[in-house]
Design a protein around this ligand. Structure first.
Ligand code: PLP
Length: 456
């Protein structure tokens, strides 16, 4: 039998976890996840969990895909590693680059490969500054991002991100990064229609550009739908207006598609759904469904032309840029997404079903409002329900109702994330309608348990 306690003690003694309160971990012991199949996980005590978070927004094709493990095994036997520096290449990396360009919107021609989403965003910081250097405008240095964004944990990734807690640790942001407000209608759009608020939020970008001077601004970066910030879905007017502003001032538009890419919103890339025409796209996670680490940057022709035709060497790259095993995993993952028509399914079948399930959850007395986009959804826990999101009364933050609710979820077999009092999911794209119903039923029961706690 499995000795969970022994693993928890070793874990607490030696393993420093990301974003974890280690004192609490030591007292309670980490949950030990040992196996996955489809949309379900099992812990070391044999408890089954439905994974509402796709691991960490990444296991798009679900767990237990032997065709991916076989592709990885075959590649390891043939060529486990070679680099792509100094005029060398490898076959899976070349095929993956070509395939990604074929899947991407027509303005893309090239791919730069990395090991993670954070490295992809670091690459973007260096690449956009390099681009303006090559064009003879080296004073165009500033990259504008948004509050509450998450773009990774490296120095540049965490600087681009807009999370105050991250900036407070380690002297961030690095120079040349600015943040504007996020298009969060429920929090900031009081007294306006959603579409009117979308235009107001986009205008914050123009105000920032004018305050800095357009000739100082290199790029604007944003997630099509903000993920870790709480599944913040922008009004339909927001991205087209941001696009117009970027075009007006010649500023590069960057879509961080680390979460939204590879079908999450029912399109191959979230920017297609949102009416963006980005010059660069960062991706990771869903490109391999998390089976092996891989990330990268899709490079549009505008930037690629400067880098390839005019720039000479770009002094940048990672040992694992184009790792053959990761690329083999990605190729098989993309084949599965296509063969099972998972992207279309999200648009036509599973995404609408998840929306209906969350609309139903919104009738719970603890839920203020719910939203969804493709296979991402969120609901807000509130003290008093109101007719609109703006009319609800929130709980005092210090009560940590979201964390309480998340605990009930985990104890009762559903993994859901809490961002303050907003509960969010991003399930595997393979989740069936019956499994969505199973997840929603478990969520409802845990909302009941949480309501009982807050009443007590
Ligand atoms: N960008 C976004 C939008 C993300 O959600 C994440 C990770 O959650 C990252 C970047 C960073 O990716 P990674 O953790 O692979 O470095």
């Amino acid at each position: 039998t499995f000795d969970t306690r022994a693993i928890q003690e070793l874990d607490a003694a030696h393993f420093l976890h990301p974003f974890t309160d280690h004192a609490a971990l030591r007292d309670k012991g980490a949950r030990v996840i040992v196996r996955g199949q489809g949309v379900y996980l099992w812990d070391s005590e044999g408890r089954q969990l439905i994974d509402g978070m796709s691991g960490l927004w990444c296991v798009n094709v679900g767990y237990g895909r032997t065709s991916i493990s076989q592709a990885v095994y075959r590649q390891m036997e043939t060529l486990p590693f070679y680099n792509s520096f100094f005029n060398t290449t490898n076959v899976p990396a070349v095929h993956l680059a070509a395939e990604l360009v074929a899947l991407a919107p027509p303005q893309f021609s090239h791919v730069f490969l990395t090991g993670s989403g954070s490295e992809a965003n670091d690459t973007i910081v260096r690449m956009v500054r390099r681009y303006w250097d090559i064009l003879g405008q080296p004073e165009r240095q500033v990259i504008i991002s948004r509050q509450n964004a998450y773009h990774g944990s490296t120095m540049a990734g965490a600087s681009l991100g807009g999370m105050a807690g991250m900036h407070a640790q380690g002297g961030l942001p690095i120079p040349g990064i600015r943040h504007i407000g996020q298009p969060h209608y429920a929090e900031q759009g009081q007294g306006m229609s959603e579409n009117a608020f979308g235009l107001v939020a986009a205008a914050w970008l123009e105000e920032e550009i004018l305050a800095l001077g357009a000739d100082k601004v290199a790029a604007f970066i944003g997630e099509p739908v903000q993920g870790a910030g709480g599944v913040i879905i922008p009004p339909a007017t927001y991205w087209p207006e941001v696009q117009r502003i970027c075009d007006k001032y010649g500023i590069l538009l960057v879509a961080d598609e680390v979460i939204c890419g590879f079908g999450r919103l029912g399109t191959w890339f979230g920017s297609e759904l949102m009416g963006m025409r980005p010059d660069l796209i960062s991706f990771a996670k869903g490109v391999t469904s998390g089976y092996v680490p891989l990330g990268g940057v899709l490079v549009g022709k505008r930037v690629a032309h400067a880098l390839v035709e005019q720039g000479g060497d770009f002094h940048h790259g990672f040992t694992y840029s184009g790792h053959p095993v990761a690329c083999a995993a990605a190729l098989e993952n993309l084949r599965i997404l296509r063969a099972e028509r998972l992207v279309e399914k999200v648009a036509l079948e599973t995404g609408p079903h998840l929306k209906a399930a969350f609309n139903q959850l919104a009738t719970h007395p603890l839920v203020g409002h719910a939203e969804s986009c493709g296979m991402m959804a969120g609901l807000n826990l509130v003290r008093v329900k109101g007719a609109t999101a703006h009319a609800c009364v929130p709980f005092a933050r210090a009560l940590h109702v979201g964390m309480l609710c998340r605990g009930h979820m985990f104890d009762n077999g559903v993994i859901m994330r809490a961002v303050g009092d907003r509960m969010i999911v991003a399930p595997p794209l393979v989740m069936t309608r019956a499994e969505i119903d199973d997840m929603a039923a478990r969520i409802w029961d845990c909302l009941d348990l949480t309501l009982a706690d807050v009443k007590a």
